[in-house]
Design a binder for this molecule. Structure first.
Ligand code: ZN
Ligand code: ZN
Length: 267
């Protein structure tokens, strides 16, 4: 069992020492985990959302030292979650190239200045029209893939809530996006934070995941834990979904290359 989406106290909205996440993962029987703190924002500093740039070398060193300390009991990967900002590709690439990451999540948390995934962004959902938002969101998601900067599309329909879906079907968007992932050699993340953040199910929703799987896109698995207790949270929902779709392998990464490993579904 793996959990590739762990945060910690490097950003203002996360808590807990990284070591506490490792201990929690060991208690829960994980064989491999990956840290994916928020890469510093390249458009402007934002210590609530992401680490500040001075902290990036310290984060990298800390994860690498934990890897050594826990070698033999759990594999620890050095990942990062990078926001995509259109027009800032070079700045993002510079930060990513400076460190020996095993994998890089590409993420969208901001749309036209709306930090929709944050606590402060919640009330704006009531004022936005999903029929207008989803096409803009998918356009940005496609730019993100085309940038060629990332290995895994994190929580690809994170904009979704149970009460916030467009009136038209999304299958055409899903197909185009899945095709792009294949073209750019990217994986997609099954992220269980959707269960606890108002989407009702893991990201991406079933049809979206099925479309990616049918296109041949590899899958990774993450809880998006922002506190140690959330490591592996709601994984039973993810396992149920994966089993239903006949997905029995996950992608594991090293030095930004992946290989496939069989999923051991818990009894
Ligand atoms: Zn976060
Ligand atoms: Zn995220």
């Amino acid at each position: 069992m793996i959990d590739y989406h762990l945060h910690g106290n490097f950003c203002g909205h996360g808590s807990g020492e990284l070591e506490e996440y490792v201990e929690e993962a060991l208690r829960k029987g994980f064989v491999e985990i990956g840290f994916s703190a928020h890469l510093p924002r390249v458009d402007r500093p934002d210590p609530y959302h992401a680490m500040v740039e001075e902290d990036l070398p310290r984060y990298v060193e800390l994860v690498l030292s934990l890897r050594e300390r826990f070698r033999g009991s759990i594999a620890i990967k050095l990942g990062i979650e990078a926001d995509f900002f259109d027009g800032y590709e070079e700045a993002i690439g510079r930060l990513l190239d400076a460190h020996p990451f095993d994998y890089v999540f590409g993420s969208i948390h901001f749309l036209d200045g709306w930090h929709f995934s944050s606590r402060a962004g919640r009330e704006r959902y009531d004022r936005e029209d999903p029929d207008r938002v989803f096409p803009r969101y998918f356009a940005l998601l496609e730019c993100m893939v085309r940038s060629g900067l990332f290995d895994i599309a994190a929580h690809p329909d994170i904009i979704r809530k149970e009460s916030f879906m467009p009136s038209f079907p999304l299958d055409g968007y899903y197909k185009r996006f899945a095709g792009l992932l294949v073209r750019y050699g990217m994986a997609v993340e099954v992220n269980t934070a959707g269960v606890r953040r108002g989407a009702g199910t893991p990201y991406p929703e079933r049809l979206f995941l099925e479309t990616c799987h049918d296109a041949g896109v590899p899958v990774t698995l993450g809880s998006d834990a922002h506190r140690p207790g959330d490591v592996g949270r709601d994984f039973k929902d993810a396992f149920a979904l994966l089993a239903e779709l006949g997905i029995d392998e996950v992608a594991v990464f090293e030095s930004r290359r992946f290989s496939m490993r069989p999923i051991r579904f818990p009894a």
